[in-house]
Design a protein around this ligand. Structure first.
Ligand code: HEC
Length: 195
């Protein structure tokens, strides 16, 4: 089977290059390093593992023909502050094993903001520990292209959730999931985390 053209990928990669990222054909060690404090790095990696779980849950749900499970899984990957307003009150976002889960502060009202109460100090609670709250730190630290790809990914999860209801076709979801995973791949070829 031939790959379908990925129309948006060139512009993402171009954006990554503009931001100074090396995108080697080999994918070896020329990825741009993003320096993070250990707690922030652990938080980001925990979220990454959550994305992988969610993708598998979506795939399994399509195999079972359970489109409601597709919708719920897809939405659970998107923290309410990053959702379109009409989806903010739906299915809670997944916790990532770190205190605070996805209840990060951000633009707009964030349900789930309080979900981190009782977690380990400095491990994902907004405003805990030294320095400014995580969301602000992240925005300062993450290259624009990185944030753009994350945004693309959240849009894609929301599209999967909407279409699970509106279209209701497992195969359509699988195509959307394959495209979404192009974003995972693009970002992983461009960036790594370091201390
Ligand atoms: C905007 C950038 C970006 C996107 C989008 C992205 N990732 Fe990542 N991901 C990273 C970076 C950076 C790392 C750390 C890689 C390193 O340091 O070697 C990472 C690491 C991971 C890891 C390893 C976690 C660990 O504990 O070591 C997994 C699994 C992962 N990502 C899954 C995904 C999946 C699945 C998607 C798509 C749904 C995705 N990521 C989308 C940037 C991204």
């Amino acid at each position: 089977m031939r790959y379908r053209p990925r129309r948006w990928l060139p512009s993402l990669l171009a954006a990554a290059l503009l931001a100074g990222a090396a995108v080697p054909a080999s994918g070896a060690d020329e990825r741009q390093a993003i320096q993070l404090e250990p707690a922030d790095r652990a938080h980001c990696l925990a979220r990454m593992r959550m994305f992988q779980e969610v993708n598998n849950a979506i795939l399994r749900a399509t195999l079972a023909g359970d489109m409601e499970a597709v919708r719920r899984a897809a939405l659970s990957a998107v923290p309410p502050p990053h959702r379109d307003p009409d989806l903010r009150g739906e299915v809670p976002a997944r916790a990532t094993g770190m205190a605070g889960g996805e209840g990060r502060q951000g633009a707009g009202p964030a349900q789930g903001r309080r979900s981190g109460a009782g977690g380990e100090p400095g491990q994902g609670r907004r405003g805990d520990g030294p320095g400014p709250p995580r969301q602000g730190r992240m925005q300062a630290l993450m290259p624009e292209a990185y944030q753009g790809m994350m945004h693309t990914q959240y849009e894609a999860y929301q599209a999967i959730a909407r279409d699970a209801e509106a279209v209701g076709e497992p195969r359509h979801t699988q195509e959307q999931l394959a495209r979404l995973q192009d974003t995972c791949v693009a970002c992983h070829s461009a960036y790594r985390f370091s201390r």
